[in-house]
Design a protein around this ligand. Structure first.
Ligand SMILES: Nc1nc2c(ncn2[C@@H]2O[C@H](COP(=O)(O)OP(=O)(O)O)[C@@H](O)[C@H]2O)c(=O)[nH]1
Ligand SMILES: [Mg+2]
Length: 229
């Protein structure tokens, strides 16, 4: 009982800071995506492939969450992103507070999109709002087709699911339709894209999706400004 109430308190504290983060992001006019997946499913590869397609025309910041090392930050920096690495030192997820602590070091005003690569796992990061616009869950074909029902919480919370590593499907026993149906049962509002971050299949649709989200966000900002909100 005591454990439950402490967890509730931590979560509501997190939600309060997430609201502040969301306002900071909105004031700067940036679109923010929080990417959640198991280690190795392709978060950083997706960021690299995305940067290759948009970094010349849009200013992209990445907040990299990992237990240790700057390895992922080095990878995205090499593809044209700015940003910052957060090392949790053992923590299994990023929190709104960790994001707030680094915001002062980011030039949000000049940015168009902020990607947050969360610490790799499908469980802990799912309930921690960071103040993002889009919670994105990435699943890769090599993880098996039974995962949505085993880790329902992230699918309840996500607004986009990306099924990655489609290039490997010919070599695997993997029922894509089953995965898509299970996600739809858990969350009918969750959009689903299929792609190969490494080979490029489906990347154009993802980039179009991203551009539409950015345009929609800017539309909201403009109409909000006109209404004086
Ligand atoms: N075949 C294939 N491998 C991929 C794809 N995306 C990522 N990988 C590989 O999966 C491994 C882990 O990728 P990484 O992006 O570091 O995963 P992260 O831990 O989620 O950031 C690397 O060896 C990548 O090259 C893909 O679409 N197809
Ligand atoms: Mg990574």
């Amino acid at each position: 009982m005591a454990k439950v109430s402490i967890e509730k308190r931590i979560l509501s504290e997190n939600d309060r800071i997430a609201i502040e983060n969301r306002k900071t992001f909105a004031d700067a006019g940036v679109l923010v995506l929080n990417i959640i997946s198991s280690p190795g499913s392709g978060k950083t590869t997706l960021l690299e492939a995305t940067l290759d397609r948009i970094a010349r025309e849009l200013a992209v910041l990445v907040i990299e969450g990992d237990v240790s090392t700057e390895r992922d930050m080095d990878r995205v920096r090499a593809r044209g992103a700015g940003g910052i690495q957060i090392n949790t030192g053992g923590g299994c997820h990023l929190s709104a507070k960790m994001i707030r602590e680094v915001l002062g070091e980011l030039d949000l005003e000049s940015a168009d999109i902020v990607f947050i690569e969360n610490v790799g796992n499908l469980i802990c990061p799912s309930t921690y709002d960071l103040g993002e616009d889009v919670r994105l869950v990435l699943l890769s074909a090599t993880e098996g087709d039974d995962k949505p029902m085993k880790y329902p919480s992230i699918f309840h919370e996500a607004s986009l699911a990306i099924l990655n590593k489609t290039d490997l499907l010919p070599h695997l026993i993997y029922d894509t339709e089953k995965v898509m149906k299970e996600i739809a049962v858990l969350n009918p509002n969750c959009e689903i894209l299929r792609l190969s971050a490494l080979q490029g299949e489906g990347m154009d649709t993802w980039i179009d999706w991203l551009r539409e989200k950015l345009a929609a966000k800017r539309g909201e900002q403009t109409s909000g400004a006109r209404r004086g909100t």
